[in-house]
Design a protein around this ligand. Structure first.
Ligand SMILES: N[C@@H](CCC(=O)N[C@@H](CS)C(=O)NCC(=O)O)C(=O)O
Length: 197
């Protein structure tokens, strides 16, 4: 059994999108989290060690961190074709995008939103917003998806940023068209219908 601990309109929304894309059997458990506006609170029933979302439990095993959950699920349902398998030439690029999202994109965008985008130590450790934009645009120019021809779990990470806030992705018509392609997916519509629980 797969259980997703989820808070509406949060990073766990994209995991509902993935579960819908995969056609996976799952149940949602609504979880309260503290919100930026001061509302909400930590939920004692949330199994995440930091009381964050997403938290996925599969047959009693806890998996946290969006990129890890996406890799775990696309590996668990290989026939859905949303994550290149071991031996596929796109496996390396897939892992690279998942790790680049978690290890570089999120910290860089967060630093920028916190007004720390010009901090030299952060730029050296992670990178610059300009470099992130260039990398994303480069992939989408080759497109139509991050890995090329096929939509994958990496697109769920990248597109969900633009769905949350358009200015988290480069200001370019290629990105607008990419988001329109991703937003038109029936699985996303189903996920949005379940987001509130
Ligand atoms: N790196 C984590 C970030 C998780 C995260 O920060 N989630 C937010 C919701 S979007 C949260 O749970 N915030 C509540 C809190 O920080 O207590 C991931 O991608 O899974």
């Amino acid at each position: 059994m797969i259980t997703l601990h989820h808070a509406p309109r949060s990073r766990s929304s994209r995991i509902i999108w993935l579960l819908e894309e995969l056609g996976a059997p799952y149940q949602l458990r609504l979880t309260n989290i503290p919100r930026m506006d001061g509302s909400g609170a930590s939920d004692a029933d949330n199994p995440h060690p930091d009381k964050k979302v997403p938290a996925l439990v599969h047959d009693g095993v806890l998996i946290t961190e969006s990129a890890a959950i996406i890799l775990y699920l696309t590996d668990l349902f290989p026939d859905a074709g949303l994550g290149p398998k071991q031996g596929d030439r796109l496996r390396g690029p897939y892992l690279t995008w998942l790790a680049y999202y978690a290890g570089v994109i999120e910290p860089t965008i967060t630093a920028e939103f916190a007004g720390l985008g010009a901090n030299p130590a952060l730029q050296r450790t992670f990178t610059t917003r300009a470099a992130v934009d260039k990398r994303i645009l480069g992939a989408l120019q080759a497109g139509p998806y991050v890995l090329g021809e096929k939509f994958s779990g990496a697109d769920i990470l990248i597109a969900s940023m633009g769905q949350w806030s358009r200015n988290m992705l480069p200001a370019d018509a290629i990105v607008d068209e990419y988001l329109a392609r991703c937003n038109a997916r029936p699985a996303l519509a189903r996920a949005m219908g379940k987001d509130a629980g």
